[in-house]
Design a protein around this ligand. Structure first.
Ligand code: ADP
Length: 402
């Protein structure tokens, strides 16, 4: 139905034709209730409890109670009831008393959990909610209008909602920690750049000092750029605007570059650092996005070194049937079991407290996982607290392997 602009501006009125096309309110409400998983019903009370009749029962009752809507009677339903748990203090647990209070107008909102035995022998918990139905002329309460819900389905929906809310809260908490840490992460190299640039001027005649300071400035600039690149990259990943390029990539070459870039850091920390090449590796090529393969490896190798203070960091790859598998192992602090499911979540850090011992933004693994997914591979790890970790990821070799 289109709403013409002039109608919209002056308040919208339905024409008779349009009104005729709209389903009547009863059908509409029944559909709305059924859409929530509920079974609507009207119960017209009989002279005695158990002698009432059900009208307009929703089709879902067949699935809920195993009885077709037209076959449902008050006797049948009551025979199935094994236990009633009232959900408010003013509702008695027995049917006779609660009916009396309901008819007297003492219960305006009937809400109970009922355990029923189904015809097939199974048990089911049902939420039964109803409000009084009054006779227009006499004003007397002559029945109930209600909805039955499968309590398990309702509980399942509630659990999902709680889970979603917890996830949302966790995500907010991670974001707040990220914003706090990122300002620290950016300030550290920035302070070094500003500070050592000023110091440069104070030593115009000392080439050694100038070289040392220039080196610090250059490393701090690289670090700053990496942080900014990571932030830009994670926003592209979330906006799903990451582009993939394909080219011939020689894994050996990529791993050598990574080795050259991090060997200084490893030797400064006194950690043994090895790239284990495979025979014939220099002739191997895969057809993939070289930049992203390099970024994944840099993230994993730099983490391995960051979280290892003694022992060894080793990396390499093996060629499998349709893919190649990279591995990066370390003898570092390891990842506690309770943190393992979170570490690929963006902003997540094992320790994000202000006094944490390791720097970082919590983006490296989230970016690496997103890249591996985009490039058609898998990423996983094994880790033991205090013993170290092994990260592995695969990339399809496709027909590009030679
Ligand atoms: P960052 O390193 O910036 O904290 P990452 O996304 O790279 O962020 O890693 C997330 C978390 O996973 C880290 O904070 C750390 O707790 C854990 N982690 C990653 N790699 C390792 C590793 N090799 N050894 C121990 N913990 C690791």
């Amino acid at each position: 139905m289109r709403i013409a602009k002039s109608q919209y501006n002056h308040g919208y009125h339905l024409s008779r034709d349009e009104k005729d096309k709209i389903p009547d309110a009863d059908t509409f409400f029944i559909q709305a209730i059924e859409n929530t998983g509920g079974v609507p019903y009207q119960l017209i009370f009989g002279p005695q409890i158990g002698e009432g009749i059900y009208l307009n029962t929703g089709a879902g009752v067949t699935q809920l109670l195993g009885i077709a809507p037209g076959d449902l009677t008050e006797t049948l339903y009551q025979e199935m009831i094994e236990e009633i748990i009232p959900l408010s203090d003013d509702i008695p647990a027995d049917l006779i008393n609660s009916r009396r209070k309901f008819v007297n107008g003492e219960i305006t909102n009937y809400m109970v959990n009922v355990r029923v035995g189904l015809p097939c022998g199974a048990k089911r918990w049902i939420l039964d909610t109803s409000v009084p139905m009054t006779d227009d002329e006499t004003g007397k309460i002559i029945g109930a209008i209600g909805v039955l819900y499968d309590d398990n389905v309702r509980k399942h929906i509630l659990e999902k909602l709680v889970e979603a809310r917890n996830r949302e809260e966790e995500s907010e908490r991670l974001k707040a920690a990220f914003l706090h840490n990122i300002s620290h992460e950016i300030r550290t190299p920035l302070n070094a750049i500003v500070g050592f640039s000023t110091l440069l001027e104070e030593y115009p005649d000392s080439p050694e000092k100038r070289r040392e300071y220039l080196d610090i400035i250059s490393r701090s600039s690289d670090h700053l750029l990496e942080i900014i690149d990571d932030i830009v990259e994670i926003s592209k990943i979330e906006a799903k605007t990451v582009k993939i390029s394909r080219e011939q990539v020689n894994p050996d070459k990529v791993l050598h570059t990574v080795y050259d870039q991090y060997s200084f850091m490893a030797s400064e920390k006194g950690v043994e650092f090895n790239f284990v090449a495979i025979p014939g590796g220099s002739d191997l090529c895969i057809y993939n996005d070289g930049y992203k393969v390099m970024q994944i490896l840099k993230n994993l190798v730099s983490n391995a070194l960051k979280f290892t203070s003694e022992g060894r960091v080793e990396f390499g790859y093996t060629v499998k049937k349709n893919f190649i598998e990279f591995h990066i192992s370390d003898t570092g602090i390891g990842i506690p079991a309770e943190q393992q499911k979170n570490i690929f979540t963006r902003f997540y850090q094992g320790d994000s407290t202000p006094n944490r011992s390791y720097g970082g933004t919590g983006l490296g693994l989230a970016i690496s996982k997103a890249y591996v997914d985009l490039l058609g591979g898998d990423i996983w790890f094994t880790s033991r607290l205090g013993e170290g970790s092994v990260f592995r990821f695969t990339l399809p070799s496709g027909n590009g392997v030679r």
